[in-house]
Design a protein. Sequence first.
Length: 215
Amino acid sequence: MTWLTDTRDSYDAIAAGYADETRDLLDRLLHVRAGVVLFADLVRGIGGGPVADVGCGPGHTTVLLRELGADAFGIDLSPAMIEIARREHPGARFEVGSMTDLEIADGSLAGVLAWWSLIYIPDEAVPGVLGQFHRVLRPGGVLAVGFHVGDESKIETTGEGDQAVQTYVHHRRPSRVAGWLREAGFTVEAQHLLNPDEPKPGAILFARRPASPPR
C-alpha cells in the first residue's frame, strides 16, 4: 500500500515544523476544540476507560484529552511524529502504528478519536479502518471522526527539495462517512459542520458501538 508509505514519509519529512505550526491550533479553532471536549465528556459518561487518539501526530490533541480527564494515548504512522510527542509529553503514552491494523485488544477501549487522520485513507480502505475502530471499542464505546468536507481528492506536497513528497488528501461528504460508519456497525449520534461558508469546510461525526443486547 504505497499510500501508507507516502503518508508516513510525508509526515516524517515535516514533523518538526508541523509540531510547531499546530501547537496552539486547538486554542485558535475553538469549534474543533469543543469537539474534543464533547468526546471526552461522552467517554466520561460511559464510566471512562482507555482512549486511543489514532493519527495523533505530535500529540497535542492527546494531551488535551488527558487534561480533560481521559485516559488517552496516541498512535501515529510517523516515527518522527511519535519521537516528538514522546519528547515533548513524557508523561503520556505514544506508539507507532497504523489504523489499518491496530495492535489493540478487542473491546478494550472506551473511545477512539480520529482527528483529521482518516483523510489520508483511500475510499477502498475506509471500511476496513472503521472495522478496526469497531473491533477495539467495547460495547457502548464512543468514536469521533473529524475530516475535510468535499467531493474530491487532492495531492498535497510536503517537505522541500529532495525531501519533498506527495500524498492524497480525501475530502468527503458527511453523509458518505456516516454511511460507512453504519455499515461498520456504528450508530451515528451527532454531526457538527465546521466553517460551511468557507472554502475548506470540515465536519465531525460522533458515533457509538451499540451496547450488547440484553440476555
